[in-house]
Design a protein around this ligand. Structure first.
Ligand code: AMP
Ligand code: MG
Length: 394
């Protein structure tokens, strides 16, 4: 049997970051920058007022109270460069350019707010409430280096330096194909021997949560030819494929039958529970990665967390890193089969963790009550209550 780490290492060797593409800002959220972004101008581009108030010369309000004539208004967006003569004040608004001659801003709250003339109750040194040009960014400064994950604040600064587009690694497009002649589409009645298809919904959602774009291909019956047709129909449109089911040891295993003989694929037992049967390889001219996950709903979900999640990070242009884990004290004794790494569904709360009672790999409802996986190493078969264990938050 291969270890979880070996299987993941094979996968990470085979997947590549998506090709950079020029993208409009609205679509850039969650993508990763493929260029250094520099500002073409200083930010702020010009000295401006940080408050609503009066632009004056500090020396004219050194002795207070004092009343000065108000010679005009400077609003935000003022295109000219007004001049404040000595011994006068101009009403100024937040973001408006500082008039020539004025060297400080007295907030309106420190005055009587007058329009023709204003009485100043407090003075301020030169430079008060003024945002200097270049205080945030100098012209030519790199504000976001290549490799930056674009979140809301990063989108903001892209726009703030005047960009309408950026070169990014787009979200990986992933199609999810469910195999199984027993599967019925949710919303349709169940026939004898049928169950509702759930894996593609969970997996597609997991792809989206992991920063990818997901498409459900729907259900394919347990027929290798039909499965291959379905796979080939999507290969040219996606960056990765996830299949569920059809990879174990029985008969009617369409994924294994269709891909098992290709030298770009491996189907093997991975020393883990749940999720032992795993397949991975690349298909088509584009060498598109195909994650052939087992069909049991909990197995396919755990396989996603351990293998597909890190691969998607690499495809997005991020460090795949180890799957984030924390330490917590188990509130119940734990068991695990010898030679397999276990991922027990559990509820993590504060510093402690409790396994859920139903641990079967088909027990999807129990998974839905869990928010974490307890990891138990291959050589450990029993963990007493009160032991600190490794936990993967979901
Ligand atoms: P398989 O890996 O195809 O042998 O499937 C293992 C178990 O998972 C079987 O009980 C299947 O009915 C179930 N299963 C497979 N695919 C799905 C699916 N897409 N949704 C729900 N259950 C599934
Ligand atoms: Mg099946």
């Amino acid at each position: 049997m291969r270890s979880v780490d070996e299987h993941l290492a094979d996968i990470l060797l085979a997947v590549r970051p998506t090709a950079p593409r020029e993208t409009g800002l609205q679509e850039a959220l969650g993508t990763v920058l493929a260029e250094d972004v520099a500002s073409p101008v200083a930010l702020p581009p010009f000295a401006n007022s940080a408050m609503d108030g009066y632009a004056v010369r500090a020396c004219d309000v050194a002795e207070v109270p004092v009343t000065l004539p108000v010679t005009g208004d400077v609003a935000a967006g003022e295109g000219g460069r007004p001049v404040a003569a000595p011994g006068t004040a101009m009403r100024i608004m937040t973001g408006a350019p500082m008039p020539e001659g004025a060297d400080t801003v007295i907030p309106v709250e420190w005055t009587d707010g007058g329009r023709e003339q204003a009485r100043f109750e407090r003075s301020a040194p030169a430079g008060n409430a003024i945002r200097l040009a270049g205080e945030d960014v100098l012209a030519g400064d790199v504000v976001l280096p290549e490799g930056t994950l674009i979140g809301p604040a990063q989108l903001g600064i892209l726009a703030g330096v005047g960009r309408a587009h950026a070169l990014v690694r787009p979200r990986p497009r992933v199609v999810v194909i469910s195999t199984g002649s027993e599967l019925a589409e949710p919303g349709t009645p169940l026939g004898p021997g049928q169950i509702w298809e759930s894996n593609s919904y969970a997996l597609a959602a997991a792809v989206r949560e992991a920063g990818g774009e997901a498409y459900r291909a729907g259900i394919t019956a347990d027929d290798a030819t039909g499965f291959l047709d379905q796979l080939n129909a999507h290969l040219s449109e996606v960056d990765a494929v996830i299949t569920s089911g059809g990879v174990s040891m029985g008969a009617y295993e369409p994924v294994k039958e269709a891909l098992g003989d290709l030298d770009t694929f491996r189907f093997e037992k991975v020393a883990m529970q749940p999720g032992m049967p795993q397949g991975f390889g690349v298909a088509g001219e584009g060498r598109i990665p195909v994650f052939a996950l087992p069909g049991n709903p909990v197995s396919s979900f755990v396989s996603f967390v351990l293998f597909v999640g890190p691969a998607l990070r690499k495809m997005r242009g991020l460090e795949p890193g180890p799957v984030p884990a924390v330490r917590a004290v188990t509130l119940a004794p734990l068991r695990s089969p010898q030679g397999k790494r276990s991922y027990l569904r559990a509820v993590l709360a504060g510093g402690s963790v409790t396994p859920v009672t139903r641990q079967g790999s088909h027990q999807l409802a129990a998974l839905a009550t869990a928010n974490a996986l307890i990891v138990i190493d291959e050589d450990v078969t029993a963990v007493p209550e009160g032991t600190e264990v490794e936990v993967i938050p979901l």
